[in-house]
Design a protein around this ligand. Structure first.
Ligand SMILES: *[C@@H]1O[C@H](CO)[C@@H](O)[C@H](O)[C@H]1NC(C)=O
Ligand SMILES: *[C@@H]1O[C@H](CO)[C@@H](O)[C@H](O)[C@H]1NC(C)=O
Ligand SMILES: *[C@@H]1O[C@H](CO)[C@@H](O)[C@H](O)[C@H]1NC(C)=O
Ligand SMILES: *[C@@H]1O[C@H](CO)[C@@H](O)[C@H](O)[C@H]1NC(C)=O
Length: 483
């Protein structure tokens, strides 16, 4: 296995230099092929996702097909602009004299993972999650039919294979998953001083403030929480709500459940299953071991079907180790009651910054307060999940919820080395000679004046328009007086 991987990595590693994956036409062709891969094989991918998660087509379109297809199209539209050299004007006077400066957008090399990687001109190894076996098999079978196998390969396997894979020297690793595995990835990367993008999740709260239309809030939180049975890194993890609103929230949520699954999520086509027995056990134990709250919706489960009902647990203590410990990553929604917004903010801040913070409120002032007093990878006010579909915004965590961001322009940047290039002229050496030894007090003064801007100079430059107007008025005034 290791030998096989090492040969892939070494065969790929020279490629960015020899440049197969670098020309824009090549990148565009591969992006078109990736687009074709997902759009031409929708049915096959739907079937794989159904086998892995009993995921409904509607959720697979929104969660898997559309994001890849859209990102391909976005890059095809924007790649020329993103990839071209960025001219900058030198600030230092000595460099402004007949010199130019630019930033070249170069691929990082061999990276572990995809779309942005192709657009930025890298070669890539794709390691699908071993937990979704059918989806991994579909990707592995389809990829070589569409993408150039010289530059893009899939590698499958579980912990042993992944550990071996991580021992190889990549130029960048892009990982989505848990903070625990994130640490493993980052320490493996550290051995080669490889850069990482980590998208790790965490306990993303949904704060419900007192001024909202509760039915809409319940619909939107349920949508975000039970999409793919809660197995989404940006699912709202728990709800923070004022105590007096709890009955209204629970009532509205029951109505939502009735509307979403006609009262029978266990037989409804629209409700997914837990991805593996191990995760089913984990979620089952979380409910069994809870030390606070009471189940007001759901609670049922069926191991032979990997089913866990959409479950709401009301009146949960913030320090319940089972429900409020790690990210739940499943269809269990603890509701923690607070006295006021400040207490909700304190609870959010008692944990590491989450990947996303959801807030439901009509008040701009409340939104501003929550934004100012908390930290998170992203914020979505009055809805769930939809910010991830927005390619105009960077998507990523901070601290324990991850580092680096992606989507659109940021995906390109994540896989790009911005190489600084300055090109000067060989002439005018006399003018530049003051920087050469032998040194003197006069040279020190000269060097000071050309390498250090004076605050006054900056002020004058900044107000040059106003100063020109004043100068013009002065001239006119003087001319007028002389007449
Ligand atoms: C949770 O419950 C399961 C079985 O009900 C048990 O095996 C496990 O040790 C418990 N975990 C904790 C942290 O109490
Ligand atoms: C559990 O799921 C299995 C497999 O789908 C099914 O045959 C069984 O009837 C379910 N049990 C209950 C109690 O619903
Ligand atoms: C939340 O939605 C309400 C109702 O549509 C809207 O009036 C309000 O401006 C939104 N909240 C914020 C903070 O903008
Ligand atoms: C330059 O001008 C801008 C806009 O008028 C102002 O915000 C900024 O503070 C100024 N900077 C300096 C150094 O004067």
């Amino acid at each position: 296995m290791l030998h096989f991987l090492a040969s892939i990595a070494s065969s790929l590693s020279t490629l960015p230099v020899t440049g197969i994956s670098v020309p824009l036409a090549y990148r565009k062709k591969q992006l078109k092929q990736l687009y074709n891969l997902v759009t031409e094989n929708e049915a096959l991918l739907f079937a794989a996702l159904r086998k892995d998660l009993r995921k409904h087509e509607v959720e697979s379109i929104g969660g898997e097909i559309a994001p890849v297809a859209e990102e391909c199209l976005w890059f095809l539209e924007n790649l020329d602009e993103l990839a071209k050299d960025e001219k900058v004007s030198p600030r230092v006077i000595l460099n402004r004299l007949g010199g130019s400066a630019l930033i070249r957008k170069e691929p990082l090399g061999v990276v572990l993972i995809i779309v942005g990687a192709i657009a930025a001109g890298n070669t890539a190894i794709i390691k699908p999650s071993e937990v979704s076996a059918h989806t991994a098999a579909a990707i592995t079978a389809l990829l070589p039919n569409y993408l150039d196998p010289r530059c893009y390969r899939t590698v499958n396997g579980a912990v042993t294979e992944t550990t071996r894979l991580l021992e190889l020297h990549f130029n960048h690793i892009f990982y989505t998953g848990s903070p625990e595995i994130g640490k493993v990835v980052m320490s493996a990367a550290a051995k080669h001083l490889t850069s990482v993008t980590l998208e790790l999740g965490g306990k993303s709260p949904a704060i419900v403030s007192s001024d909202v239309d509760m039915q809409v809030v319940a619909n939107r939180i349920a949508f975000g929480k039970f999409y793919n049975a809660g197995q989404v890194c940006i699912a709202p993890d728990y709800v923070l709500i004022e105590r007096k609103q709890l009955p209204e929230f629970v009532k509205a949520f029951k109505t939502t459940m009735q509307n979403f699954y006609r009262g029978h999520p266990e037989t409804d086509e629209g409700y997914a299953r837990i991805v593996s027995e191990r995760h089913w056990d984990r979620l089952h134990n979380i409910l069994a071991n809870k030390t606070s709250g009471h189940v007001v919706i759901g609670g049922e489960s069926n191991k032979s079907d990997l089913y866990i009902a959409p479950t709401v647990v009301a009146d949960v203590d913030n320090d319940d180790p089972s429900l409020m410990g790690d990210e739940l990553f499943g269809p269990i929604l603890p509701v923690v009651c607070v006295d006021n917004l400040d207490e909700a903010i304190d609870i959010v801040n008692s944990r590491a910054p989450p990947l996303v913070l959801y807030l439901f409120s009509k008040s701009r002032k409340t939104a501003e307060k929550v934004l100012t007093k908390t930290q998170s990878g992203g914020v979505l006010v009055n809805d769930t999940l939809m910010h991830q579909a927005e390619y105009a915004l960077p998507f990523g965590g901070t601290g324990r919820s991850g580092q680096g961001s992606y989507h659109g322009k940021k995906s390109f940047e994540a896989f790009t080395h911005e190489r600084s290039v300055m090109i000067k002229k060989l002439g005018m050496d006399g003018l530049l000679a003051s920087r050469y030894p032998p040194y003197s007090a006069k040279k020190a003064g000269l060097i000071r004046s050309v390498t250090m801007s004076s605050p006054m100079g900056i002020w004058i430059r900044n107000h040059s328009k106003t100063l020109k107007v004043i100068a013009l008025m002065l001239v006119l005034f003087i001319l007028n007086r002389r007449r």
